[in-house]
Every structure is written in structure tokens, then in C-alpha cells.
Design a protein around this ligand. Sequence first.
Ligand code: FE2
Length: 431
Amino acid sequence: MLDLVVRNAVLPDGRDGMTIGCENGRIVALTHEPVTDARRAIDARGCLASPPFVDAHFHMDSTLTYGRPRVNRSGTLLEGIELWGELKPSLTHDEIRARAVELCRWAVARGTLAIRSHVDVCDPSLRAVKALLEVRGLVKGEIDLQLVAFPQDGFLRSPVGETGLTAALDLGVDVVGGIPHFERTMADGAASVERLCRIAADRGLLVDMHCDETDDPLSRNVEVLAREAIRHGLQGRVVGSHLTAMHSMDNYYVSKLIPLMHEAAMTAVANPLINITLQGRHDSYPKRRGMTRVKELLAAGVNVACGHDCVMDPWYPLGSHDMLDVAHMGLHVGHMTGDAEMRAMFDCVTVNAARALHLDGYGLAPGCWADMVLLQAESAVDAIRLRPARLAVIRRGRVIAETPRAVPTVQLAGETAEVTFHIKRHSTRSG
Ligand code: FE2
């Protein structure tokens, strides 16, 4: 007898009437045939079953601090960095852990079961690193939490950048981070990328750097990151996060850069909610959008994933950790309203992000982990359009979050009707 079956589901690739059978934490059947013998059965009633959402880029140490010690009045990146600097000394282990665990609850409620979080290592006490390592263990039954050693104040620029980063890795942080555009010069940025890729290669770790998060069209760190990935044999193991300068770069230069990124098998991570609000702040009109070239990178075969980046912190006052908000914004900012483009945006918050994180056993196929989210939507594009209820969130074959189906009842023009937010197909009669 199976542990769980989900019946009558639509998959993101459009297959409908599917039954998903789960046993011992794995998917063991994906079929059109009815499977009757199970301890628990869920009738999806034609709704979408998707592999869980994956957040490829987040900051768990600063999340849910909005308003402390004061709100960001200008809404800019620089005031956010200033505020974070003021807030950092007052943070405690228990308080960081409590906020992070609460954020994980929000994530699970929204169907996100893997998060890559950067953690600031420019603090001699490594308070946030230790708290988030504890959280990684606490939530491992529900969420795959990957941590990136992130030298927020600069790997070379901060006096504790290098020592903090290596100490964090020694404590068990998973991924090597960086912030080359924040080093003092472009040469220092390149030097930091070279050093950090060497550290990753020596330790056998993945790399994920904040890279060229600026509107400067001449910011050139991503080409160094691609070159170092190739030089150290780190192809497929390196992520360039934000890459907002690519929005402003000369087209001829980008025509050389994107093939180089492809050669390095890099993943590009866009953070649409944050890029659209923080970039272009020095512009009058027209104002640049600041999101990296998602459409062109995808067309060139580069893996592109998306992150939420922030939820209610010094840089972003909004958010509920919903990766469908991220896909929705990315689709709009990137002019990605073509049918295949909208579906590609869904991939950016699911399969592409899972590839960036090197998640093991991810997907809806026999042999994969029995992890999925059931949404009150008819397709992947419908899910982005409606950002609907996550009816069930399943981890290792166990339902860990549920939200009731929502169908508003409206009284209008003398009639009472249920609203499903789908186009009604009116039959036409002739004769
Ligand atoms: Fe970030």
C-alpha cells in the first residue's frame, strides 16, 4: 500500500489526469492509470501539481527586520546598507533564529521547499552564521536551506572579509560568496573573484556571488567570474547573482559576454522584485529597469533562475516569500508575455533554480523525492497569473501545509455567482 496518492492533477508540462503515487518519501508512480491502494488520497480536481518552488537567492539574516531601527525612508540600496550596519550589532543568536524559522514557515505555506540564503560573514562573532547553521538543521525535515558565505562589506575591502569567510566555511557554510562590485576598484573586484574561486576549487564547493549589482554599464566582474569558473574547472558550479549591470551594458560587449557565460555553464540569478525597485535610482527619465537580460540568457541556453532576495528587511518593505510574486514581476519586467516565455518564467522558480542549487532528487518523476505543491490553478501560467492558494504542500510524501480552496461569491446585477477568475466559455446556439 502506498503512503499517498495525488489524483487527477495537471503537471507543469501540461499532462493532465495524472496520478502521483508516493512511498517511503519518494515518487514511485506517475501515471494516467488509477492507483487505489494508498493510506491517504488527495483529489486534485484538475489542479496543478508542481515540484516545489525553489528560491535561488535570499537573505535570511536580515529578513523580517523592517522598521528596525527605523524604516528606509529613501528606499535606496545605500540607505538599506546603512540601516543594516546600524542594526547588525544589536542582533542576537536567538532573535536571528526566530526570524529565520518564521520566514521558513512563510516559505512552506507558499510551497517553497528549498532556499539558498546568503549570510553576512563580515562580523567577527559570526553570530548570524551560527544562528543560520542551527536553523538549517532545525528545518531540514521540511526545507533544504543552503547557506552562502557572503562578505557584505567586501572580501578584500573589509578587514574581516577573508577571515570571516574562511571561518564560516570551516563551520560548515555550504557555498562561497562574494561581492566584487563593492570592492574598492574593478581590479580589486577581479582579484576577489580570483581568490574566491580558488578557495571554492580547493574546498570542492559551489560558488554564488553577488556580481555587478549596479547600473554601471562598465562593471566587468561577471566576465572574470566566467573566466575563473573555466580556469578552475568549476563549470556548472558557479552562479552570478543579480548581474543588473548587464541591463545597461553595450549590446556588442554582451554579444561576447553571454557565450562566455554559456561556456562556463554558469547560472544567472535575477531578483526581479528587488532589481526593479533598487536599480535605476540615479536616473531621471527614462529610468532603467535594472533586471539582467533574462530573455537573451535563456535564448542562449544559459540556466536562469530567480530569487526573492528580501522580505521585509532594510532593502525591501514588502513580500510574503511567494516565488510566484517573483515570477510575476520577472515576467513583466522582462517583457516575457509570449506563451513559451511565461512557462520559462515558471521554470526559473522551479527546475532552473533547483539546477542552480544542485538539488538531489528534485522533480516530478519516479525516483524523485515526493516533494510537491498543489495549486488552485489550471496550469503553470495560470499559477503565475493568479498566485493562488497552495492547497497542499507535500514533503517526502507528507502534507506539511494546507490552504483551503478560495472561491469568492459575488452579488452583482441581481445575480449571485461564484467567481473563479477563469474565462467562461459561453455556448452559442444557431437555428
Ligand atoms: Fe542579494
